[in-house]
Design a binder for this molecule. Structure first.
Ligand code: ZN
Length: 414
């Protein structure tokens, strides 16, 4: 018996821009043509560009983050035809491995400028910033955030199936209603279909025009198909169960992360990378009815960094904002406060607030909802693994300020 080689179902071409590659697309639409065929039960490797399609460089300036073109994102590999999959089935996707390309052992974490993408704390930190991470096997470190090193919990930010025409119309209706209800509020609450730089893979001009007009943006995860869920624990050995809405499932994957913290708070917040994911596909017939499934479910794998019991220094935040305003059970307000408490604590060692904001986005921090019934305060927590630092951050140890250098900023601030 011969050894069965794992087939590569899709290769990316780094000599060409992402927008010229037929195996990539950056909108959700049922008419984007298949980029390849995968048998039920098959294991394949799929190559992915980073989510921006190579817009961000390994350098010490955040000009590229500040000027990133967000109409182009996310570049996903696919969609793949999974043989025998039909609407109503469940697609079981086993994540067997995720790796960076051998000749690109680095990734980036960005804070988008408030006027171009923004992030969870952009009212307080409006500037663009960046940290480059170097990979050494399972570990990473950054010249932009010294005295930190940790093992990555490597995973895809995006896994999803295509919506049906009916589901796509429903997305555009409900997100359109939200946008209309917030008109003039001074910030984007959702992104409607965007014709500019829509990439529909190898679609004909006629289908491309349809995708430009109707295709859903890939920014939010959605209940019907998964998509950009950014769940840090979907690492090697995890199983993901996805609803199928179109014949062949039209599965897509991308936005690979070397590591991410719960919340991915800076939006470009994981350690973003190009890489190769190894997946096994199994079609579960009539699975949606059998599982009562309305949204994806998953089983996390057995591989994750071990920090040991009692090694997460945990901060609390409540739904009272920085202006003293009391909010009613608002976990978003509470989690923002939780993040600010960590920034205040870690800046005592000499870090700039932007370095900490970047770190909380991408290091394996644990975010939890602690209490959501004790009116009027929701309580959320963030656990910081103390062992990612090469110095002692325990509360009883008096902090010593160190020279922490700087993360990358844009050449012109504001
Ligand atoms: Zn990402």
């Amino acid at each position: 018996m011969g050894v069965k080689e794992i087939r590569t179902a899709m290769k990316v071409d780094f000599s060409k821009p992402a927008w010229e590659q037929p195996g990539l697309h950056n909108r959700w639409h049922p008419d984007i043509p298949f980029a390849g065929k995968i048998a039920n039960g098959e294991v394949v490797k799929i190559e992915c560009m980073d989510w921006t399609g190579g817009q961000i460089g390994n350098n010490d300036s955040a000009d590229d983050i500040k000027n990133v073109d967000l109409t182009r994102i996310h570049y996903l590999s696919g969609p793949f035809e999974i043989e025998t999959a039909e609407p109503g089935d469940v697609l079981l996707v086993e994540i067997q491995d995720v790796q960076p390309f051998q000749d690109q052992p680095w990734g980036f974490t960005g804070i988008f400028h408030r006027q171009n993408g923004g992030g969870f704390l952009d009212d307080i930190y409006p500037e663009a910033a960046k940290a480059i991470w170097d990979f050494e096997g399972i570990f990473c470190s950054s010249r932009h955030i010294p005295h930190v090193r940790f093992a990555g919990l490597i995973h895809p930010g995006i896994l999803g199936t295509a919506p049906s025409h009916e589901i796509l119309a429903e997305w555009n209706r409900r997100e359109g209603d939200l946008i209309a209800a917030h008109a003039g509020c001074g910030r984007d609450v959702a992104k409607p279909p965007e014709p500019k730089f829509a990439h529909a893979g190898g679609a004909s001009a006629e289908i491309k025009a349809k995708v430009e007009k109707e295709g859903a943006r890939t920014i939010p995860g959605r209940p019907e198909n998964g998509g950009n869920c950014d769940i840090k624990n979907l690492s090697r050995g995890s199983k993901v169960y996805l609803p199928v809405h179109v014949p062949g499932a039209k599965f897509s994957v991308g936005d690979l992360h070397f590591s991410q913290g719960d919340g991915e708070i800076s939006f470009c917040g994981a350690i973003e990378m190009a890489g190769i994911i190894t997946l096994k596909f199994t079609v579960i017939k009539d699975g949606m009815a059998q599982m009562g499934m309305k949204s994806p479910i998953f089983l996390p794998g057995p591989v994750e960094p071990q920090f040991g019991p009692g090694r997460y220094l945990t901060f609390e935040g409540f739904s009272v904002d920085e202006n003293g305003k009391q909010h009613y059970l608002d976990t978003t307000v509470a989690y923002r406060q939780t993040c600010l408490r960590v920034i205040e604590y870690l800046r005592r060692y000499g870090y700039d607030d932007y370095q900490i904001y970047l770190l909380l986005s991408c290091a394996p921090v644990q975010g939890h909802i602690a209490g959501i019934v004790d009116i009027p305060n929701a309580c959320t927590t963030m656990g910081i693994p103390m062992d990612i630092f090469d110095f002692d951050i325990r509360p009883e140890v008096k902090p010593v300020k160190m020279d922490m250098g700087s993360c990358a900023f844009a050449s012109e601030r504001k």
